[in-house]
Design a protein. Sequence first.
Length: 582
Amino acid sequence: MAHLEVHTNSGLKRCNLAKSKVTIGRHASNSVIIDDDKLISRHHCQIEQSNNGYVLRDLDSRNGTKMDGLDIVSVLLQSGTQFLVGGTLVKFIDDGQTVQVAPGQLPGHGDTPAGGRSSDTLTGDDGIDIEAGAPVLLNEDDADPITGSGGYGIGSFTALLKVGKNVPYGLSEVALINARGKTVHAASGSEARSKDATAEAIDVIRLLMLGCIRSGASDIHMEPKREGGLVRLRIDGAMVEVSKVDTAMYRKLASLVKILGDIDIAKKGIVQEGHFSVQVPDRRIDYRISFTPSMYGQKLVIRVLDPFSAPQKLTDLWLPDWMYQKIRDLTKQNTGMLLNCGPTGSGKTTTLYAALRQIDAKMRNVITIEDPIEYEVPGVTQIPVNEDQGHSFHQLLRSCLRQDPDIIVLGEIRDKDTATAAMQAASTGHLVLSTVHAKDTIGTIFRLIDLGVEPYLVASTLNLVLAQRLARLLCEHCKTPKRPTPEQVMRMGQSVTGIEKVYTPCGCAKCFGTGYAGRRGVYELMSTNDALRDVIMKTPDIAAIKKAVDLTMFTTLKEGGYAMVMRGETSIEEVERVIGMD
């Protein structure tokens, strides 16, 4: 016999489900009457039998029927499922039900009535009750809730409360917003909370969000292992281990992220993507979710899209003055092309956004084509690439040329058609900014020709090529001076003759033990001149191009990196890691 356990102030009440349809609410006409001040609607929800079993449906109640802290429309109940009616907890029990539970899935969570998953049904697994506004306060003296380790050492979630830069708010002011823009776990504004299993996973997510804000992390990695899981952050381009979690907590965290991203939790062996946001007192931060199957389950990567962690303007990029002047002057032109090159993760998109913000979008029509759109820029028309709908870079570029653009920002040049269309646009009265995957500025020319672009088109349209890398800065609290070896001096060349000391990383609590804190760009800028155009029009080779660019102001990436070493900003090893030794 199926029945309900209703947890009231006066104690536990049992209600048998003898009828095919049972209504729950505060009015006397309901089958189950609940006296609860938080129960606003007279008829709140109902439980009815279907071919698949008992189904819980909300009756358009004013404050919603909640399961795992989120409003539901309809859910197929299985024995053990709990839901909240007003402030009253109700548990469904079916003594005759045989429950088949997949590993990591709680009965009653993830199933829906015939017709599939309701678009408004968001439930978790592993028995996590995700109640809004009930996170756990983690004080400085608390042990880590997952690992049990005390203090703030590396490898503890609570370490995130102390590392990096200070922020004027804490966990209680971090609100979680789902993919539909609805605040599902509001900032409570109060630190008075109780510790329970329900709040633990929410606090871990809040801790990770706050830790990313403090440390400037760009990604959160949650990796399933044979036993438990591993949580790491990508800080300054390097992976830093935060904590290990047990299997149950890993599943709770993954389930919570799926709920926030409006991702189907019933599917676990496929690639899944989504997004959610966090609201803190000074800004809103977006996060992009990616689940990918791995040996022991789905690995989760959350990309942090925090506009405050990236340079906003050209002046924030630490460009040499002459490079800044050339790029700024180009952004004022009506025609031409700036290409930014470098490997993935070298900051190309950030530089494009900084150049974009240099442009007065009120006076000029600016259109971007991006895959995906990472940051919203006021006054700019931003178009996302969608290959499934036939909206490729090339096709969108041809389309936007009919939108009367002054400036076109193209996320990436990947093929001949896109490159040719972009260069034709640059030669017909448009300013084009884009990126390309190439090792350095000279390699960009060969990359364009290899794509099949006509040399005359490259020579006539290309104005500036900027190559860049991101080098980690030495932690000011622990960097250590040492005398460079003769081999290091020889590799750095004549420009460092007479150098007596360089700095090396040591590692301390302020920098996660890495010896580095923050990153800065290393740049190489090539501007085209008549000599270079003549070389490109003929059969270009590296020696001829180098001879042509030597007539302009030109410093290589390696020279820029070693200049940072001489200023004590980074180490020789870091420069050689990001740029190479050849």
